[in-house]
Write a protein that binds this ligand. Structure first.
Ligand SMILES: Cc1ncc(COP(=O)(O)O)c(C=O)c1O
Length: 365
């Protein structure tokens, strides 16, 4: 095939790489000829999906020939009541990644830039450069977003600021005070995307209260995910919360039926499954302590995390340890994509999964 076609590629796409997802269990079982594999690679909920939401699959109606509700009315109603906002404050997406992409498409083009921390969630760069814009990366402080520094880097061209709070892959968070201070200083014409995919896991008293900021800042877009605490990563649902005129703009460029009917029905139930949410938080807090202490005792340097994962480094090369662990039936995540080649990120699993991971890593260190 002639490569002429690639000459017309939009400039920002030239130095992008496809997002590297966590390896799947089936793939690793096949490749390494293993009987059993534990996946601690994509910050999924080790307790699985909300059991109540799973009932949707057992009671599926024979109406899959009909398009889903393009407005997502029922799901938006449940989200509105959960978040204590109005329905027109909400947009639903095919994962919260879709909301990030809509924000980029709505506000970024080749003459503009976005801002995010270095070592922040990889999708910010992808959606920025796909829209033709450039990403300004701000150095971190102790692996945390240095929001005070963000202000100094805002340029005339800057139209969007992405803040993952907590951040993936570092697990760090920013306080309500820090986010509020930033918002007060950012020009009101610059969109601030506060990505709260791991919101429910955070137990810190000073953590951001995103909804409290909504009435004060029209340039704020909060995103949340059903992929993490609700255990529904595979069905792809997320949502955005913002003032109604911003939501209306994002709705103009959204695909008509972006969230399928099964996903809408399951998410509507999952968001109210308090028992599952509480169990998941409890397990995560307990196993975080356990895993963090064990890894530290092995001499590994762990970044304190408020999410459902721990990122650590030691006397190893990330990719090599990643392959070594995979051979022993444990999938984790190397962080080359985040310019953190000497780190590994591990999702906090149930106790047996964590023990399998710990015994594999002990053998390899
Ligand atoms: C910080 C952050 N934001 C957003 C997402 C996207 O989540 P989803 O598109 O599954 O809702 C992830 C997924 O890992 C994430 O880590």
């Amino acid at each position: 095939m002639s490569s002429d076609i690639l000459k017309n590629l939009n400039p920002g796409i030239t130095d992008l790489y496809p997002y590297e997802p966590g390896r799947s269990v089936d793939e690793v079982i096949d490749e390494f000829d293993l009987d059993e594999v534990v996946k601690l690679a994509s910050n999924e909920n080790p307790l699985g999906a909300s059991p109540k939401a799973l009932s949707v699959l057992k009671e599926l109606k024979n109406d899959l020939h009909l398009y889903p509700d393009g407005n997502g009315t029922k799901l938006k109603k449940e989200i509105a009541s959960h978040e204590n906002v109005a329905i027109d404050n909400i947009i639903i997406g095919n994962g919260s990644n879709e909301i990030l992409e809509l924000a980029a498409r709505a506000f970024l083009n080749s003459n503009t830039s976005s801002i995010a921390s270095k070592h922040a969630f990889a999708v910010y760069k992808i959606v920025t450069q796909s829209a033709g814009a450039s990403l300004i990366e701000i150095p971190t402080s102790n692996w945390s977003h240095d929001l005070g520094l963000f202000i100094n880097h805002i340029e005339q061209s800057t139209k969007v600021i992405f803040i993952a709070n907590p951040n993936n892959p570092t697990g760090t968070y920013n306080s309500h005070h820090e986010v509020h201070t930033l918002l007060k200083k950012v020009p009101s014409s610059v969109l601030v995307v506060l990505d709260c995919a791991y919101f429910e896991y955070v137990t810190k008293a000073d953590y951001v209260r995103p909804i409290d900021l909504l009435s004060e800042f029209d340039n704020l877009l909060i995103t949340k995910s059903f992929s993490k605490i609700h255990g529904l990563a595979s069905i792809r649902v997320g949502y955005g919360i913002a003032n109604p005129s911003l939501i209306e703009v994002l709705n103009r460029i959204r695909q008509p039926f972006n969230v399928n009917a099964i996903a809408q029905a399951m998410a509507s139930i999952a968001i109210n499954d308090k028992e599952h949410i509480e169990q998941s938080i409890k397990l995560n807090s307990q196993q975080y302590e356990f895993l963090f202490n064990k890894l530290s005792k092995l001499g590994l340097e762990c970044i304190p995390s408020v999410g459902n994962f721990i990122t650590f480094r030691g006397d190893f090369v990330g990719k090599e340890l990643f392959y070594g662990l995979m051979e022993k039936g444990v999938i984790v995540r190397p962080l080359d994509l985040y310019d953190m080649k000497d780190f590994i990120r591990v999702t906090i699993g149930i106790k047996d999964e964590n023990l399998k991971f710990l015994s594999a890593i002990e053998e390899l260190l």
